[in-house]
Design a protein around this ligand. Sequence first.
Ligand SMILES: Cc1cc2nc3c(=O)[nH]c(=O)nc-3n(C[C@H](O)[C@H](O)[C@H](O)COP(=O)(O)OP(=O)(O)OC[C@H]3O[C@@H](n4cnc5c(N)ncnc54)[C@H](O)[C@@H]3O)c2cc1C
Ligand code: HEM
Length: 404
Amino acid sequence: MLDQKTIEIIKSTVPVLEQHGETITTRFYQLMFGNHPELLNIFNHANQKQGRQQKALAGTVYAAAMYIDNLEAILPVVTQIAHKHRSLGIKPEHYPIVGKHLLLAIKDVLGDAATDEIINAWAEAYNVIADAFISVEAEMYEEAENQAGGWDGFRSFMVDRKVVESDVITSFYLKPEDQKGIAGFIPGQYISIKLEIEGEEFTHIRQYSLSDAPGKDYYRISVKREAGTANPDGRVSNYLHNDVNEGDILKISAPAGDFVLDTEKTTPVVLLSGGVGLTPMMSMLKTVVKMQQGRKVTFVHAAANSNVHALRDEVEELAALDHVNSFIFYDAPTEEDRLNNRFDVEGYITRDWLKSNISIEDADFYFCGPVPFMKAINRSLKDLGVFEERIHFEFFGPKGDLEE
Ligand SMILES: Cc1cc2nc3c(=O)[nH]c(=O)nc-3n(C[C@H](O)[C@H](O)[C@H](O)COP(=O)(O)OP(=O)(O)OC[C@H]3O[C@@H](n4cnc5c(N)ncnc54)[C@H](O)[C@@H]3O)c2cc1C
Ligand code: HEM
């Protein structure tokens, strides 16, 4: 346990570090990848370029430091990150590397203001925070490996089927190469894929939500091809679309994540998705229908138009049931979409629409999609008075702030 003086130093210097936030974290990654280029096998290079991960890691260290004498209070945050770390294969031996380079970066940026006393206090605090992560992750590693059908690290799966779902989304049905059982999962969870692309220096790891119900002898993921913008095309999604075919092997880690459907509850559930954000919702929808017959579920999906709208038939089939409702929003419908009544509402999902069409009082809301979509939904739900504990969401990237 840290002494009172150390705790005081930590708490009083957090604002200073936050002030230099981006400079310190940029320096931190430069120094760390300079000394440990092997870590580029684990970190997402695109997130680095866009600065999303920079903010996430150091920001969390500072936030944790504010609770250094009561880390229990931030256990949910630690748990969410620990799921991601376990899925990526982050191990205890990685922590001192991050700690060392974070301190070096703080020293570098603060210069003389970083006295020995301050640096020593941060070294102690980092160790306490790291230990909290390491112990939560140790339990997760054990559970992932020891559960029925579980495994440690990355296991080889064969692409059993590759199915085009829309102009931009393709599903991959993955079965274990060893033909043994596979671990169950909770709808909403994801797997990580580790790609070794021939001729490339580093491996790439990406997460994909499981888009079918649990209890099958395969995992299904549905991947959007990230291309056609001013930025470079997405590395992994394009490789999966263009170069991975039936019979090929992919390395994946066991299902992880804390964005999960609460099947203990029987109150209505509303699943809202934008674009490829529908993948965890599909798994949730199918699970409610299969396991919670009678539980009211509303599936609201927003896409540009039918060209990019995936898994439509699967939802339609389930929506024929009494307790299932489905609404389709297109913001750029084609002429054909109009002629064939392929959507319910033109435009975006708004607060007023939610107010008029969804019974807000006792429902739980789950949503996922592009960040602007998520911000708009979050704001609408808050405006309508939905309590925080009934709002659940997943970011398809490092967790951000929906209130910004
Ligand atoms: C929990 C979770 C679940 C997910 N589930 C799904 C899912 O079910 N389906 C799905 O399709 N995706 C899902 N994702 C997203 C997925 O993990 C990948 O992020 C996505 O496929 C893009 O990866 P990529 O390698 O193709 O793109 P990357 O190469 O990682 O690039 C990502 C983005 O950054 C841009 N970019 C690349 N380089 C630069 C640069 N130098 N400067 C500026 N911009 C740049 C690219 O244009 C692209 O838009 C999920 C993510 C998470 C965290
Ligand atoms: C106490 C120390 C650490 C903290 C507070 C921390 C925090 C975070 C946070 C907040 C995220 C984003 C999670 C999300 O929103 O999904 C993250 C992801 C990640 N962390 Fe950590 N982390 C720590 C240690 C480490 C270590 C030791 C490593 C390995 C060297 C590591 C590697 C990663 C990677 C690879 C990702 C995903 C990043 C990406 O793909 O862009 N982290 N971490």
